[in-house]
Design a protein. Structure first.
Length: 298
């Protein structure tokens, strides 16, 4: 009898170990004015994920050495350099070799999309964009946290000229600034957003790699007072030549010309639109667990 019990215990432990080994790791990337390990934001998200997805490995991306540099780089480190750095970090992390899920918060959403498009190894399985500005922004109404000095620098540089070479090379927010009143200049001089949205030289690999995703989840905050226009979170944007009327995603060229494969993702049931009737990045644990964790991360 004792031998039989021991066998059952052994099999139970083996089954648990196997299940844990099958848990897909999660990579998260913070937004502007935040850092990898802020206990009130990414730190609490990391703990929530570890609590809800048993045995999961969660990597919260740190861009630089320490929280201060990580926060500053969210404003002042060229987005393309950040993407290259992250691609290298992910490739060198053996725990991610079999694939990972990703969650990008605010600008971290479009940054992780760039990772999916440019760096298919290790494979990104699910991409969840929480308030990411995939068509960029045209407005900078609010700044998160205690970042008044950095925000003033951002505003001054954007006023100086978002598409001036120096500004494009050194100011993150200028690199996803889309001016609907000056689209020719945007498409010519944008060093980041116009590239990943296939508005310059078309790179077939960008579409091919994005189509490798199991799911692309886009979360929009219906009362967003930080992102202008908030429809950018669902790939919508201002109609060309003005700043009032909004084109929904299915009327933009990204969709009609299927530059990124969004139509294909949608037709195969892999493109998901979620919303929260709150301000930017304001959601409850319950909402996040029910709509994100339980549906896409377990």
């Amino acid at each position: 009898m004792a031998a039989k019990v021991n066998v059952i215990v052994f099999l139970s432990v083996l089954a648990f170990a196997f299940a844990a080994s099958q848990t897909v790791p999660i990579v998260i990337w913070h937004g502007m004015g935040d850092s990898c390990c802020n206990p009130l934001s990414m730190g609490s998200i990391k703990k929530l994920l570890e609590r809800e997805v048993k045995g999961v490995y969660v990597r919260s991306l740190e861009i630089g050495d320490g929280i201060v540099e990580d926060t500053e780089n969210g404003f002042l480190m060229n987005a393309n350099d950040q993407i290259s750095l992250v691609c290298s970090k992910l490739k060198n992390d053996s725990k991610l070799a079999a694939g990972y899920n990703s969650i990008g918060f605010s600008q971290g959403g479009q940054f992780l999309r760039a990772v999916a498009q440019r760096c298919p190894s290790p494979p990104m399985l699910n991409l969840i964009s929480v308030g990411g500005q995939h068509q960029g922004v045209y407005g900078f109404p609010k700044c998160p946290g205690d970042n008044a000095t950095l925000c003033n620098i951002v505003r001054q540089l954007l006023n100086y000229g978002a598409y001036v070479s120096f500004v494009q090379d050194h100011l993150v927010q200028a690199e996803y600034w889309q001016d609907p009143l000056n689209l020719e200049e945007y498409r010519k001089y944008s060093v980041f957003l116009a590239d990943i949205n296939q508005e310059q030289t078309v790179k077939p690999s960008y579409k091919e790699n994005l189509l490798k995703l199991k799911n692309l989840v886009l979360i929009k905050f219906l009362q967003d007072t930080m992102v202008q226009p908030r429809e950018s979170e669902w790939f919508g944007f201002y109609a060309p030549g003005q700043t009032k009327d909004i084109l929904p995603m299915n009327q933009t060229k990204i969709w009609t010309e299927d530059r990124l494969g969004l139509q294909t993702l949608n037709s195969s049931g892999r493109l998901h639109f979620l919303s929260s009737d709150t301000d930017h990045l304001q959601f409850t644990e319950t909402w996040f667990i029910e709509n994100v964790v339980n549906k896409f991360l377990k």
